[in-house]
Write a protein that binds this ligand. Sequence first.
Ligand code: F6R
Length: 366
Amino acid sequence: EKGGYDHFMLKEINEQPRSIADCMRGRLDAKNGRLVLGGLRDYMNKFQNAKRIIITACGTSWHAGLVAEYLFEEFARIPVEVEYASEFRYRNPVVGPEDFIIAISQSGETADTLAAIELAKSKGATIFGVCNVVGSSIARATHAGSYTHAGPEIGVASTKAFTAQISVLTMMALKLGYQRGTLSESRYMQLLSELETIPSKVERALKLNDKIQVIAEKYKDSRNFLYLGRGYNFPVALEGALKLKEISYIHAEGYPAAEMKHGPIALIDEEMPVVFIATKDSSYEKVVSNIQEVKARKGKIIAVVTEGDDTVKHMADYIIEIPDTEEAFVPLISVIPLQQLSYHIAVMRGCNVDQPRNLAKSVTVE
Ligand code: F6R
């Protein structure tokens, strides 16, 4: 049932070109400028006129929510807050009928997320679910929703569900921006056609597997890792660190790269691998200076860069070149090598990749 792979996690990582395409199938038709999310139809008015979007989730799903914050604010110009469900539910949040709540959950059974939904619902907010498991508790508790259609995710570490969540949220943000007029027709069309190319670019990114195995071999005995990115790649840094912690039990932290100088830089020495996501985007130059700061302190640099990058190559110990895309879509590609890196390190350390200690696939207790 692992389809010839050693672990479900590896199978699920490799399924992503297909799971992302499945998620977009029947919804995105770039040629004709069509983007249809069935679940959104009846709530489009509410969504478009929302004063605020609140996204609530836990773990990896919360990271997808952070990516969505950048997407919704950029394309639709609606303020977004992203909340850990466990914090949101217990702090008597200010929420009401003018808020549009998006709850993200692979399993659809996460207790804290479910409780956050019930709370927001009781205050009159509209709740939209982004779930993977059809008919799950969260899917039933929300007013409307869009499934991620990633197929069953068995490995405890979430991989293909994450990219499917981002795919749904990206489509929502584009649709919303177009309807609100904050995204011009020509830009909208351009973004839709680029979005359609993502599955094949993910396919290309997956081919870096052998190179990533070499990097994993080199750093598998490290005791700590730092993951740094800015903008759309900041949530990716958090996700890369979480993946490594979960399955390899190596301590890892993700940070916005600019925050490094406010503390984590003290950790850097010749023993510390630092994974930079330094793709060619609006914060590229700034990330390059952050790389220099780490290099000056003898940290080891593993950099995820855009294909053809010629600057970081001379600074990094290892570079991982991924296909270029729109800045807003980069997380769908840049997370792939980080999933592979954590997978290979965990396997080399003899860890139980699919069922890491102390973790459950659905967290039905708070
Ligand atoms: C990470 C992971 C967890 C889940 C979190 C939320 O790989 O698996 O952090 O993302 O428990 O679960 P869902 O999405 O099912 O609500």
